[in-house]
Design a protein around this ligand. Structure first.
Ligand code: DC
Length: 203
């Protein structure tokens, strides 16, 4: 059975938490596609040519432990605007999405470009202020290396770049279910996503 769950949305909206929970609930493999762009961004920061880095990506590149930082997110967002980088990563993501048994993928263009035929499409969003607050708390709150205003500015900057690029911009697919997590706890957001997938799977 092929059953793809496409989860898109802006940074820090809760995509990762929801995707991991949905994958665990239904025993599906999960691909965090942001990690691919983060790994390319990190290689480019070390001097690699973007498209060549994307074509030569290895599991070891994805396993490095410096890909979760705010700087890695910004670097990812910059290389993600390069069409040749996106093209180099397309086939791998498509194959993962349509593998027998099903899959959960989260990113920015899964429901629109990578897998428009996905059986479930979720667009997870939240206000920029709430997303920035969550990111700031993750970074340590008052002990965070960045003040809240800087985190908010970075969230807005990344939104503008991800939504404004010409190739595969971030936007909800026409048939996506919008899940606004601004007023939801993580548990509530996960419960809604799991219920939607269960309904579509008929289980
Ligand atoms: O989901 P994330 O924060 O790890 O993603 C990092 C950046 O990678 C994001 O700002 C834009 C880019 N990205 C993308 O363009 N397309 C995807 N499918 C996933 C991520």
């Amino acid at each position: 059975m092929i059953f793809t769950v496409a989860i898109d949305g802006p940074a820090a909206a809760g995509k990762g938490t929801i995707s991991r929970a949905v994958a665990a609930a239904f025993g599906l493999p999960h691909l965090d596609t942001g990690l691919l762009y983060r790994a390319v961004g990190a290689l480019v920061a070390e001097g690699a040519e973007p498209a060549a880095a994307a074509r030569a990506l290895t599991p070891a590149n994805l396993a490095r432990d410096d890909l979760r930082s705010a700087a890695a997110g910004q670097a990812a967002s910059r290389v993600a605007a390069i069409p040749e980088v996106r093209a180099a990563l397309l086939e791998f993501q498509r194959r993962f999405a349509r593998a027998e048994g099903g899959a959960v993928l989260d990113g920015r263009d899964i429901g629109t470009v990578i897998c428009p035929e996905a059986e479930v499409k979720l667009y997870v969003t939240a206000s920029p202020e709430v997303r920035a607050r969550r990111r700031w708390l993750e970074l340590g709150g008052d002990a965070a290396p960045l003040p809240f205003d800087r985190v908010l500015a970075e969230v807005r900057e990344r939104d503008a770049r991800d939504m404004g690029r010409a190739d595969a911009p971030l936007r909800p697919a026409a048939d996506a279910v919008i899940l606004d997590t601004t007023e939801l706890t993580a548990e509530e957001a996960v419960a809604r996503a799991v219920a939607l997938v269960a309904e579509r799977r008929g289980c």
